[in-house]
Design a protein. Structure first.
Length: 562
């Protein structure tokens, strides 16, 4: 496998030299080899003339490779896990350990199989060194390490272990395998910062690791190109993806344990010019807000939304881009509705908040469980309130709106820029304007802005530019706040996030415009005239309350004069 041009001694000659076989037995085996085409070592082992371990030792000497006695040597489980069990059995090969330079030592049964050698290099995409081991010992070791990682313990005698459940501990301390150590430390640091997404982005010289914290991406680490393949393979192994497939996108999930808590991550792998990009999305399984009061809405805005959720039927939609807190708002409302007298069901992709007393269904497209199909079945299950994770296609939109029309309270999300734009989004999906007007009761647009860090918060007097957008002429100059940057906030001046909300109740006047196919601008204008606070105006409120800054509101909601 690592052979240069070389005249290797024959296997038979080495066996004769060591007195492991007689000349007569060897000649008889060679005759069978010529007739059957089978390997000499296999024939001798089957005739019980030599053991498979003896053959492996001689093969290692023959090809000037190390011999590994897997019965005596300890296999690093994390190294072995870099090669999926299916491939390990296909190639009769097992990664054993990683040396300090990052090369992976792989035990193989057949050092002459160049095709398998090339395929192993392609699948693992890391520097490899080969050793020889007996095939039966490799099979036993493969079974042991993968059983150790995946098999559930007896549920009647003890609780399942984290390893058996596929949960990876990223706080295990020093790990011998560099790739495992780098992945663990990076994920642990990102989660400690409160990251919502972790990006392993390939660049010409290696991987750049960045994390989205409080909605803003920051760089965490740079992994050299020599470790890029091993790190990517380790991530894919954690997500139980095919590490040999590097040309097609893949999706997976992984659970990691840190700080005594288990965190679920959704994994997306995408081939790029410089290698595979791996993105980990943190699925926040923390408790949902107990009520709408925890969202820091303005009192009048909160009351409008609270009035809408008190209705026995109708549709309430939260709108905004990905990561704007739409589902959190819906779950805050759901918590207030979650009483023993009410049946609540959800269908989500994925379930973001595990909630007692609520029947939660997770989309599984591979199994045929789509939003639309799941929603149809939910409607036959006698629900009072239904939460649909997202309305993303015409079929789901039609079913959700008709459910709201037939006596159910439906909560869902839409990707639109404003509350008023949600009406046109639904009609674009094929829902009749009259149905939209008669079933939708409230629309909520929202964004998330960063909170000023409480540890480095300081007050200051607003300047002329800030006064121009925050207060009217001749009004008192307001005191504002900002963060100066400290260790607690990573020197950013911000820690945590809070929502900007634009709540649009569908009054009779708004319903008339919706049914008449009025433009988004017309609906927005009438809503503002009727007293709706826009996202920017809600941002002004939070600035004057010292919760966030004008620059932060501008970053999220757009320029003040736009």
């Amino acid at each position: 496998m690592e052979a240069a041009q070389h005249s290797w001694p024959s296997l038979g000659g080495l066996l004769l030299r060591d007195g492991l076989v007689s000349r007569e037995d060897l000649e008889a085996a060679l005759v069978e080899q010529r007739e059957s085409g089978r390997r000499l070592g296999e024939i001798l082992a089957e005739r019980d003339l030599v053991t498979r371990t003896q053959i492996a030792r001689v093969l290692a000497e023959q090809f000037e490779l190390p011999f590994v006695d897997l019965a005596e040597s300890e296999v690093e489980v994390d190294a072995a896990a870099l090669l999926p069990e299916e491939l390990a059995r296909r190639y009769c090969a097992l990664p054993v350990s990683v040396d300090p330079e990052g090369a992976l030592l792989v035990a193989v049964a057949d050092p002459t199989n160049v095709l398998h050698s090339d395929e192993l290099r392609l699948a693992l995409d890391v520097p490899l060194r080969f050793a020889v081991a007996a095939p039966d010992a490799i099979d036993a070791a493969i079974a042991f390490v993968h059983q150790q990682a995946l098999t559930l313990v007896d549920e009647q005698t003890e609780e399942p272990s984290d390893a058996s459940l596929g949960i990876h501990d990223v706080e295990e301390g020093d790990v011998a395998t560099p790739a495992v150590s780098q992945v663990n430390k990076t994920i642990q640091r990102a989660l400690a910062l409160g990251a919502s997404d972790i990006h392993f982005t390939p660049q010409p010289r290696g991987l750049v690791v960045r994390a989205r914290v409080d909605g803003v991406v920051r760089e965490l680490a740079a992994i050299p190109g020599s470790h890029q393949g091993a790190v990517t393979s380790r991530l894919k192994v954690m997500g139980r993806l095919d590490i040999a497939e590097r040309r097609a996108p893949q999706d997976g999930r992984v659970a990691v344990k840190t700080g005594g808590q288990t965190v679920d991550l959704r994994m997306a792998v995408l081939p790029t010019k410089f290698g595979e990009k791996v993105t980990l999305r943190v699925l926040n399984q923390a408790a949902a807000p107990d009520s709408l009061s925890e969202l820091c809405m303005a009192a009048d805005t909160e009351e409008i939304l609270r009035k809408a959720i008190r209705q026995p039927y109708g549709a309430i939609l939260t709108c905004g881009p990905t990561g704007s807190g739409k589902t959190t708002t819906l779950y805050a409302a759901l918590q207030e509705l979650n009483t023993p007298e009410r049946t609540i069901m959800t269908i989500e992709d994925p379930v973001e908040y595990v909630t007692t007393g609520v029947d939660q269904v997770e989309v599984n497209v591979r199994a045929g469980l789509t939003f639309a199909r799941g929603l149809r079945t939910i409607l036959r299950s006698d629900p009072d309130t239904i939460l649909v994770g997202e309305i993303r296609d015409e079929e789901t939109a039609q079913i959700a709106i008709r459910a709201a029309m037939t006596g159910h309270l439906v909560l869902s999300t839409l990707h639109t820029q404003s509350a008023a734009a949600a009406i046109h989004r639904l009609t674009d999906m094929g829902v009749e304007p009259g149905l939209v007007a008669s079933t939708v009761t409230c629309l909520v647009a929202q964004r998330l802005v960063r909170r000023i860090c409480p540890d480095c918060r300081e007050e200051y007097t607003a300047g002329a530019e800030e006064r121009a957008v925050l207060v009217k002429p001749r009004q008192k100059v307001p005191k504002l706040a900002r963060g100066t940057g400290c260790t607690a906030c990573g020197e950013t001046g911000f820690r945590g996030r809070v929502g900007l909300f634009e709540v649009l109740p569908l009054t009779d006047d708004i319903r008339e415009l919706a049914a008449a196919r009025a433009s988004t601008a017309e609906i927005q204008s009438l809503a503002v005239t009727a007293g709706m606070r826009t996202l920017r105006e809600d941002g002004v409120r939070l600035c004057l309350e010292g919760v966030t800054t004008t620059d932060e509101v501008r970053r999220v909601a757009g320029d003040w004069n736009a």
